[in-house]
Design a protein around this ligand. Structure first.
Ligand code: MN
Ligand code: MN
Length: 261
């Protein structure tokens, strides 16, 4: 199975700072840069796995943008490729999951994030980057949702999570991850702000007390199912320091591609 790398340069659904739309070409440039090796930790050369790429622009209208994202995921799946999507803000994940549902039925989701992203709406926008998993649950895209790194959930999102059977874990509860809920079809969504800002400072909403990069790599190494798709979102290059966060994103692309191969 090959992987297709998709860039979704969209950040108009962000609630605070713009910037993530700049991320996809920066992550791609690092992936193919001489600064780091092409190998995953398990020794897979991502260049042998990533068979195609699509970094085309998106429509400026939000509805049209989401439709375009779903269409590009559907196209990837139809050509027998597993999509690794580079955001963009986290709002891109709902249209991705709609297309994954069409191909695979409801998926199990490993979601790394400081935030549950389960708001009914945020600042009047039900498709905000604070809402994608609420929309995905309502749309029937989700079998199990396991959130790790959460450290910003108020009562509203906790209640929504409880009502819908979401597993919501902080960065201090890595020994409680229910890996048995993360069988196939498995989707992985990594919001880089789930990682501690010491390791990943280039995000719009830094929340100290998060996962280390090593924690995330260890979690990925414990997955028993090969993911059918994944996204890495919320890199804000305008906040990054010496490309530190972009390097984390590039490493995660290599690891996810190796898992999918
Ligand atoms: Mn977040
Ligand atoms: Mn998020």
């Amino acid at each position: 199975m090959t992987v297709t790398l998709l860039g979704f340069p969209w950040d108009a659904s962000s609630s605070h700072a713009r910037g993530p739309a700049l991320a996809p070409p920066i992550i791609r440039a690092l992936l193919y840069s001489d600064a780091s090796s092409p190998y995953s930790l398990s020794g897979v050369d991502f260049r042998d796995v990533v068979a195609s790429q699509d970094f085309a622009d998106l429509p400026e209208n939000a509805d049209a943008c989401r439709a375009a994202i779903s269409a590009r995921i559907a196209e990837a799946v139809q050509s027998q490729a597993k999509p690794v999507s580079l955001g963009g803000d986290h709002s891109v994940t709902f249209p991705i999951l709609r297309a994954m549902k069409a191909a695979h039925g409801p998926v199990n989701i490993l979601h790394i994030d400081a935030h549950p992203d389960l708001y009914e709406e945020f600042e009047g926008d039900p498709f905000s980057h604070a809402c994608p998993f609420a929309r995905a649950i309502e749309d029937g895209c989700v079998a199990n949702l396991v959130q790790i790194g959460i450290r910003s959930a108020g009562p509203d999102q906790r209640d929504f999570g409880k009502k819908h059977g979401v597993t919501m874990l902080g960065a201090d509860a890595l020994d409680k991850i229910p890996f048995k809920k993360l069988g196939g079809p498995l989707y992985v969504s990594i919001d880089l702000d789930g990682i501690d800002p010491a390791f990943a400072p280039g995000v719009s909403h830094p929340e100290p007390g998060g996962l280390s990069t090593r924690d995330v790599l260890t979690i990925l190494s414990k997955l028993s199912a090969a993911p059918v798709g994944a996204d890495i979102v919320e890199l804000n290059p305008e906040k990054d320091i010496n490309l530190a966060t972009a390097h984390v994103a590039a490493q995660l692309v290599k690891e996810l591609a190796a898992l999918m191969a």
